[in-house]
Design a protein around this ligand. Structure first.
Ligand code: NAD
Ligand code: UGA
Length: 456
């Protein structure tokens, strides 16, 4: 029986391993983490992350061939294949601070693997890493006099939060990079065979290690660039009377452009886009490529502009002062169907509103706990109400920041009646019926569309 160990039971490690265990009942999957609370939660009905459909997948395999443990060393020792899926955040100190990936968690894993292994293993880079990380990791793994051989593969993950289960079950592609040596190709084939259990072979792409590592950063940079591109156009739409949804539709029907990832918004969030683009910028600069570095840096700059622009619009339209005004935030997660708030645009929006001395009240169906942590230094200025009706009561404005479906179903007449007047609504996701809101009496502002105002 093939034995897999995955180090890191987070947003990627947990769902990915649960899917492998579900699809390959003859493979034993052990997920290990140093975070005991997470490991315990994975074995309950209250999983450590919210992801539609995940509980069913975990429960199907849990205790059969899917196990969770804090015994990292034992997990590594027993395994034929070790996936490393630990966090690789942006470095906050020293050389490359603010751009480069912080590889300390990854290197700690490599050292642990080297230390405790007594048999040959395939090591799989599941975390998103800078191109040529495998080279450094191989040096760590093969340092000293342990005769064990480690073959490093790159197998980046492309799942998006909120749709992780669909993405894992039916991915556009799986990418595996291996060395062009006999042992590299043998290891690569072992991993191909696991995925081929449920994924058509033609969707499993194989490359060398460097192409695979770089493709992951590039994929995220291209996706984020599309959002920044349409957000740049949204500002021009507001200035000219064009409608960004019409523009996105018109250009998206060109099959060379495509219709996905063209929704104007308050900006992209999530733990990866910004970090991965900044890492790409750092890599370009490391190789002396200043123009490519500047090009990609602008995608992040555009995103920050869009977040700040949203707050500026709120301030300008509310008579240049929001001090002491109650503002209800509808949605704090960085996108719908997740409780994840890492790099959520809502963080900057709430901080800037609090900076203007507004009374901010955050509401979200799944992300209140994480929101409290993100804003822990502002708890005297920011309130939390799970119920959006309670959050909006007495408010001067609503800022809708996450596209939770349930916000479409709200009784906006009831909300309007409970608010201070004039009642403003800022739809940062262009998801509500703006004409209906205007007819109720709201002052309606959106992204890249004309405003609807009763004030003359
Ligand atoms: P995460 O923070 O949710 O999970 C990482 C886990 O690793 C944590 O639970 C942490 O305790 C554990 N860990 C850290 N050091 C450890 C060690 N030495 N030993 C054992 N466990 C350790 O992170 P994530 O969102 O799952 O992301 C992991 C990687 O996958 C990152 O490189 C990220 O860029 C990449 N990625 C993330 C997504 C996503 O949607 N979140 C998608 C694709 C790729
Ligand atoms: C993204 C990628 O889509 C995944 O393929 C990748 O694996 C992952 O990053 C990663 O490496 O972590 P994720 O961040 O979970 O996934 O979510 P996305 O659906 O990509 O959304 C990212 C942000 O862009 C969200 O804040 C979303 O609201 C925003 N967005 C997305 C827009 O503003 N407009 C769009 O048209 C699409």
């Amino acid at each position: 029986m093939t034995k897999i160990c995955c180090i890191g039971a987070g947003y990627v490690g947990g769902p990915t391993m649960a899917m492998i265990a579900k699809k390959c009942p003859d493979v034993q999957v052990m997920v290990v983490d140093i975070n005991e609370e997470r490991i315990v939660a994975w074995q309950t009905d209250d999983l450590p992350i919210y992801e539609p459909g995940l509980l069913e997948v975990v429960q199907e395999a849990l205790g059969r061939n899917l196990f969770f443990s804090t015994d990292v060393d034992q997990g590594i020792r027993d395994a034929d294949i070790v996936f490393v899926s630990v966090n690789t955040p942006t470095k906050t100190f020293g050389e490359g601070a603010g751009y480069a990936s912080d590889l300390q968690y990854w290197e700690l894993c490599a050292r642990r693997i080297k230390e405790v292994s007594t048999s040959d293993k395939i090591i799989v880079e599941k975390s998103t890493l800078p191109v040529r990380t495998a080279e450094a990791m191989e040096r760590v793994l093969h340092s000293g006099d342990n005769p064990v051989h480690f073959e490093v593969l790159s197998n980046p993950e492309f799942l998006a939060e909120g749709t992780a289960i669909e993405d894992l079950e039916d991915p556009d592609r799986v990418l595996i990079g291996g060395h062009e040596t006999e042992s590299g190709q043998k290891a690569l084939q072992t991993l191909v065979d696991i995925y081929a259990t449920w994924i058509p072979r033609e969707r499993i792409l194989t490359t060398n290690v460097w192409s695979s590592e770089l493709s992951k950063l590039t994929a995220n940079a291209f996706l984020a660039q599309r959002v920044s591109s349409i957000n740049a156009i949204s500002a021009l739409c507001e200035a000219t009377g064009a409608d960004v949804a019409d523009v996105a539709h018109a250009i998206g029907t060109d099959s060379r452009i495509g219709s996905k990832f063209l929704k104007a918004s308050i900006g992209f969030g999530g733990s990866c886009f910004k970090k991965d683009i900044l890492n790409l910028v750092y890599l370009c600069e490391t190789y002396g490529l200043q123009a490519p570095a500047d090009y990609w840096r602008q995608v992040v700059a555009m995103n920050e502009y869009q977040e700040t622009r949203f707050v500026t619009t709120m301030l300008r339209s509310m008579f240049n002062t929001i001090a002491s005004k109650r503002i209800a935030i509808f949605g704090f997660a960085f996108k719908a169907d997740t409780g994840d708030t890492r790099e959520s645009p809502a963080i900057r929006v709430c901080r800037e509103l609090a900076g203007e001395h507004a009374k901010v009240v955050v509401s979200d169906p799944k992300a209140i706990a994480n929101a409290r942590v993100e804003l822990s230094d502002l708890l005297d200025q920011i309130g939390f109400e799970e119920d959006p009706y309670a959050a909006a009561e007495g408010a001067h404005a609503i800022a809708l920041l996450t596209e939770w479906k349930q916000y479409k179903e709200l009784d906006f007449q009831r909300i309007y009646d409970s608010m201070a007047k004039p009642a403003f609504i800022f739809d940062g996701r262009n998801m509500l019926d703006h004409q209906a809101l205007f007819n109720i009496g709201f002052e309606v502002y959106s992204i890249g569309k004309g405003n609807k105002t009763h004030l003359k």
